[in-house]
Design a protein. Sequence first.
Length: 216
Amino acid sequence: MATLILGNRNYSSWSLRGWLLVRQAGIAADEVVIPLRTPESATLIAQHSPSAKVPVLIQGDVTVWDSLAIAEYCAEQAPDAGIWPADPAARAVARSASAEMHSGYAALRGAWPMNLKRKGPPLLPAADVAADIARIIALWSDCRARFGAGGAFLFGDWSAADAMFAPVVSRLTSYGAALDTDSSTYCAAVMAHPLMVEWSAMAAAETWNIAAVDAL
């Protein structure tokens, strides 16, 4: 049995990515949830994670502590799970899109932190946030146009690329971003995915709060 170390489900976007990947791969894992932004958070996470960040997947003597690394590990452990698209060209683009998500969109991530419980009015994005959103929409459109035939997701079937963008989808939904029809349809498909529904229900049941995020 593996162990998956996570932050609060309502707020921890990187934990969501890792959890989606592990579940898609069918890796049985006990889940340990550590509340974020408390005085004890860093110490508790550092007991499991070399980087003192979540998520962390521990399986036997293997520790994997980055979402993209977890994606690759899951793909190796479950080669038939569809973690990456089977077509080499689609797979290369999916990896590129996932890496762009991993390292980019700092303005969006900083201004609109993940908060699945948010019920507030739409927020007008600042210019840098709007630029991130425009790039994301363009990337989604390109992936869907080139590789999305036959399914509702970026590369048709659900893949690691959708797991990587799932927290972005949640942000755009929670903060009421203005989206074109195709992007809205994609976001709805992601939020309706059974794993997203399951995660969102667990997030809704949490009692932890991060006041600075809830105030947005």
